[in-house]
Structures are given as C-alpha cells and as structure tokens.
Design a protein around this ligand. Structure first.
Ligand code: NCD
Length: 317
C-alpha cells in the first residue's frame, strides 16, 4: 500500500479493490459486541483539522481507536497554538518530534497534505484539502456503491450541484472513472468548472433529462463558504432547477439510489423527504466511512514495522 493517501490519482482499480475488500472484512468486526482489534497497538494517529468537521474527524478517530492506536485530535481553533500564530510547518515538526505514525489532515488550502508529506516521516492521509480532493470520502462512496450494486460495470452516476467547490466531486469522478462507471456532471454553468469536460465525464445543465437514465443521483452540498460571489440567484431557484425532491425522485427508475456526502442543506439540494427515503444510501455512507478508514489505517500502518503478520491473522475471513 502507498505510504501516503493524497489523491485518488494514486490509486489503481486494483488498489481500490484491495481497500474495499479489506473494509468489507473490517465491517464485520464493527458489528461484533467487542469492536476492537489490536493491530495498531503502540501506533499514534493525529487528526490535524484546520477546517470544521464532524463526521470525518469522528470517523477517523473511531477507526484509529477500533484498531487500538493512540489518537491525538488537534483542531486549529482559538484554543490551539495556531491562535498564537504557529505556522503549519511548525505544527508538522512538533508532531514529528512526538513521533506520530500517521497524520490525517484537513486544510482549507488545496495541496496542504502534499506539502505536509514532504516535511514529516509519518504517513499523511488527506481528509479534504480546499476544493482539491477528499479521497477517503470517494472510497467510502465506492464501498457503498459496490455494496449496493455489486460492481461498477455499466453503472451510470449523476453528480449534481456545486461541482466547482467540491473536493468530493473531484475525488469521486476519479474513483468512479477508474472503476469503470459512467459519470455525468449536472449543475448550473456557474457551478461547473470549465475544465470538467476533460475529466472523462459528460456535462449537462438539465437534471430532469438525466434522472431517468441514472442508477445513482449523487447530490453535493451547495458550499456557500467557498463561494466569493453570488453564483445562483436564490436557494429557492436552485432547488427548483437542481434540487432533488420526491417529484424528481419519481422520475428515476425504481432500483436507483440517492447519495450525499453530508452535511446536507435540506430544502436546497435535497428535500427532507428524499434524504429519509428508503432509496437514500446516506446513512450507509456514514457507517461505511468507518470501515473504509479502518481499512486504510490498517493497510497503510499495519503492514509496516509490525512484527510478524499479526495484521493478516487478525482480520476475519
Ligand atoms: C464534505 C467535505 O467536507 O468536503 N463533507 C464531508 O467530508 N463529510 C462535503 C461538504 O462539506 O459538503
């Protein structure tokens, strides 16, 4: 396995399959009464979060703890040394001096995890960098899709909404295209980057035309915090043209499903009714996030410097 996970570009279809298969074995562990494996005992994982996060940070924390690693959570807020002006590099060196084995980093700047990986010996996992990438989200989405549809062959996926701000869209497009799915990006022209046409996907503004064709409608959060100008008139107009409500869901074929990475703007990109419908995989995505992050930590840290191959012996078949 790779030392760092910075981008979906690093992963071949074979790598992705290994990560998903391992997650599948670990998923069984998380449904046992005693949910812990000793694999990463003595290893230390630091969650270094410069941007707000709930599910991703908690998911990584729990994943590391389920593998018996020690976990440090560092959030760059008013209580940390960042408020005193400590730079990213100094923080990296501090963690390095303390001997952490893996740093899970979320940062507002695209490329920050890549930079960090040059400064430290630890493995670096990108938990979202600016509008660049969010590889672990893409992997948990691929896991959820494979669990539901069994494979990616001939699968048609629409990714809808604020593509331009979305690291989730960039990582998912790469992962889905690598696995052989067909992707269509849908959104207002102001929210779809011009370079998207070169990503090996189709691009359209017409959601209603696409819905009857797809197996998955993947909705993105409208990320107002990343938009420096008004890119669409009002939430109501956005919902009317690109939001998924029950009426639109009825246009999709009955075996198709709805996904969203969270957090959701209910009533904008997705209606409350659709988010809670049996066709929604949203809660599966959250549950699978834990198994996929365990799988990554296991493959990236467990394989290295662990005496013998306890790792192999511990995963249930
Ligand atoms: C995503 C993120 O932070 O990029 N959320 C997440 O990781 N659960 C998507 C988003 O914020 O819209």
């Amino acid at each position: 396995m790779h030392k760092h996970l910075l981008s979906m570009d690093q992963l071949s279809a074979e790598d992705i399959t290994t990560i998903l298969d391992t997650a599948g074995s670990l998923r069984q562990v998380t449904s046992r009464p005693i949910k812990k494996l000793p694999t990463l005992r003595g290893r230390t994982v630091c969650n270094l979060f410069y941007e707000a996060s709930t599910r991703t940070r908690i998911s990584f924390e729990l994943a590391a703890k389920r593998l018996s690693a020690d976990v440090i959570n560092f959030s760059a807020d008013s209580k940390s040394s960042v408020a005193k002006g400590e730079g990213f590099k100094d923080t990296a060196w501090t963690l390095e001096a303390m001997g952490v084995d893996a740093i899970v980093v979320r940062h507002g700047s695209s490329g920050a995890p890549h930079q960090l990986s040059k400064w430290v010996q630890a493995s670096v996992i990108n938990a979202g960098d600016g509008s660049h990438e969010h590889p672990t989200q893409a992997l948990l989405d691929l896991y959820s899709i494979r669990e539901h549809f069994k494979d990616f062959e001939n699968l048609k996926v629409a990714i809808v909404g604020d593509i331009i701000s979305s690291r989730v869209a960039r990582s998912n497009v790469k992962g889905l295209v690598t696995m052989g799915a067909r992707v269509t990006l849908v959104g207002p022209p102001t929210l779809v980057p011009p370079e998207a046409a070169a990503w090996g996907v189709e691009v359209t503004t017409d959601l209603d035309a696409v819905l009857p064709e797809v197996d998955i409608c993947y909705l993105l959060r409208v990320q107002k915090e990343r938009q420096s100008e008004q890119l669409f008139p009002t939430d109501r107009e956005y919902a009317a043209l690109w939001g998924l409500d029950a009426k639109r869901l009825a246009k999709m074929h009955p075996e198709s499903v709805v996904m969203h990475p969270g957090p959701m703007n209910r009533g904008v990109e997705i209606s409350a009714e659709v988010s809670e419908s049996p066709r929604s995989l949203i809660l599966d995505q959250v549950a699978n996030g834990l198994a996929v992050r365990m799988s990554l930590l296991y493959l990236m840290l467990g394989g290295r410097e662990v005496e013998g191959s306890v790792a192999d012996a511990e995963v249930p078949a």
